[in-house]
Design a protein around this ligand. Sequence first.
Ligand SMILES: Nc1ncnc2c1ncn2[C@@H]1O[C@H](COP(=O)(O)OP(=O)(O)OP(=O)(O)O)[C@@H](O)[C@H]1O
Ligand SMILES: [Mg+2]
Length: 423
Amino acid sequence: MADRELDDIISKIEKEKKPFLKKSALDTSSQPSEIVSRVDEVGKIVRYLLDYKQEQVVPLLSIYGRSGTGKSTLVRHVCNYIPEIKLCFVNLRKAKTVFGGVNLILNELDQPSLASAQGMNNGMQRIQETVLSTMGLERKKLFVLALDEFDVIFNDRRGNPSDFVYKLVQMQAELKENGCLVIIVTISNDVLSDYDLDDRIRSRIGNSEIFFKPYSDKEMLEILRQRAEEAFGKKIDDKVLEQCARVSFLEHGDARRAVDLLRVSAEIAAKGEKDISIEHIKAASRQIQKDRVDEVVSSLSHHSKIICMVLAAKTYVLEKEWHSTKSTYDKYAKYLDSEPVSYRRCSELLKDLENTGLVVSKTGSKGQKGYSSEFQLVMDPGIVGEIIDKEWWEKVVVNPKKKLDELKSMGVTRNNPYYGVYQ
Ligand SMILES: Nc1ncnc2c1ncn2[C@@H]1O[C@H](COP(=O)(O)OP(=O)(O)OP(=O)(O)O)[C@@H](O)[C@H]1O
Ligand SMILES: [Mg+2]
């Protein structure tokens, strides 16, 4: 056999084995080539931006909504699409402090960072001058200063986030007087006016807000179809994509996690040299949850771990999703091998767990007893239990549950010794 013939065979088989035509289409860290759906939100953004034609733009536009609803992607896409716009897009998560935010903006405008000793006012002044000269040079009509993950700046307790917003709006007004139109776009999970701002700012920023609602399962499916086509270069079974969209819609409504789920499923399928199927989606969903729980649990305190474990046990044994603070506390105190924290502290720890994404809460009325919080584990209880303490989980939760179910199937509902274990 001639070398060329062999080369042809190798490259043909390599191609057959490679399910991805363009894997980067499933990379959620870069800008997608195409925006799917979101017509309302795009329309609203464009309406605010095109106000520049009347030389009257709002100083500050707050874009908000849950994670993975397309906020960052859309702002970038729309601003880059309109040729008269100069976009300066910074993610404040990279900054952490207010002053760090000022430097990020300067760097994005190709300016060197300032030392903090040079002060905020100096930094703002430098930004203002750079915006003015850039707009003069590039002959654009509107400068968009997009501040992504803006809420992070409110964690800077030593800086003054509220004053930062004030200074930005002040700068916007001064630039306008100099014939330079600027709009500040803040992007966050909650609406900007919910944050800790003082009254002089509230009255100046008005309430120009755009809410991004979570994706429906139909929209999610559309996004996945577009990505799959680009990534695999061939049609993927619609049932597989529907399942992927359905799982994502039910669990979070987050497009980033939906695309990630498709990517991990495809990787698992490729390893087994199979076409992607519903089984692969299930395996990937488990894999992603495991990785996430692993990551979160490793940073939890001992008490938080036990609280998590109790929630997992109650969910698993009782087949019930929501659990009150009181019932969780009682079981936590029972199973802990040392002195329990106070009821109040336990309630704080439950709230903290919500920030990790393992748990969600709701406030329910308890009639005459007033209001109380209830908590739900959003991850598979089996995964949580096994990761925190596999041995304990098997012995105290899984085995008694098996016995409980056995007795139940035999019709024993009363006097069943395994009832009430997690009540
Ligand atoms: N309408 C859409 N069309 C195509 N891809 C989308 C769309 N919306 C979101 N995505 C994809 O989902 C991912 C998450 O979107 P994006 O980063 O814009 O969300 P976000 O609302 O800014 O989330 P976060 O609050 O976590 O920052 C991105 O990788 C993006 O490519
Ligand atoms: Mg974002």
